[in-house]
Design a protein. Structure first.
Length: 247
């Protein structure tokens, strides 16, 4: 929406500029009814817009409803609302719903007086149609079958979603188990290395102790051998002295 500026452009200029914008936006869904005039007399724009529901988040939306709006701008539009805002044609909507839509368009137009508003009204209509985009039925049985199919589709979608979630959870659980097993294996490996190191140190200590015991034994043997030799020398000297005394 753009605020009309009386000092810059006249209402006629604003009207024609908005018509050109609508042609560019809606292309074949826009029809300028002035082109059908037999007498080419200048008059305020009068046109139709064919509108359908907005696309949903997935892209294209199956269209069960549409409307054709007929709009005629007033002489001083946008200083005043369009003099005609009517639902000229509709599909898939009851008369009551059409009346509701038309009343809402009239209210919205009053709120936007002073601003170019047709694009805003068109967007509002497309959004409203999205909320009422439901198939019409020729009989109660047809409606019941359609509802059954919708319910079945929703159940299938729910089941598929649950399966996907279950698969995701199962993968996460498997990954957690693998991580836990890897963690335990690493702990076991570290514990084995620790025990192996302890055994190596124990064995080294035992070996050192044995070597020390052997060294001590050798010392004892050496001291005993020296003592024995001294005793033997002492005994030999004593015996030699005794023999000399006897002579």
């Amino acid at each position: 929406m753009e605020k009309a500026d009386d000092d810059d452009e006249s209402p006629e200029e604003r009207q024609e500029a908005e018509v050109e914008a609508l042609k560019a936006i809606y292309e074949g869904d826009f029809e300028d009814l002035r082109e059908k005039d037999v007498w080419k007399v200048s008059r305020p724009p009068e046109f139709t817009l064919r509108l359908v529901p907005n696309h949903d988040s997935k892209g294209l939306l199956e269209q069960h409803v549409h409307v054709v709006l007929k709009i005629k701008m007033s002489e001083d539009y946008p200083r005043s609302p369009p003099c005609v805002i009517a639902v000229q044609e509709s599909k898939g909507l009851s008369d009551d719903l059409v009346a509701v839509l038309q009343a809402q368009l009239q209210d919205r137009a009053q709120q936007l007086v002073g601003e170019v508003m047709i694009t805003d009204l068109a967007q509002m209509t497309a959004s409203w149609l999205s909320g009422h985009n439901k198939p019409s039925f020729a009989s109660f049985y047809e409606e019941m079958e359609a509802n059954r199919r919708v319910k079945l589709q929703k159940e299938e979608e729910t089941l598929a979603r649950e399966k996907r979630m279950s698969s995701i959870m199962e993968k996460k659980e498997q990954e957690a188990v693998r991580e836990e097993v890897a963690k335990n294996m690493e702990m076991i490996k570290e514990e084995r290395q620790r025990l192996k190191e302890q055994e190596r140190k124990r064995h080294l200590g035992q070996q050192q102790a044995e070597e020390e015991d052997v060294g001590c034994h050798d010392d004892v043997v050496k001291r005993s051998s020296r003592t024995s030799r001294r005793m033997a020398r002492s005994t030999s000297v004593s015996e030699s002295g005794g023999r000399d005394h006897v002579r």
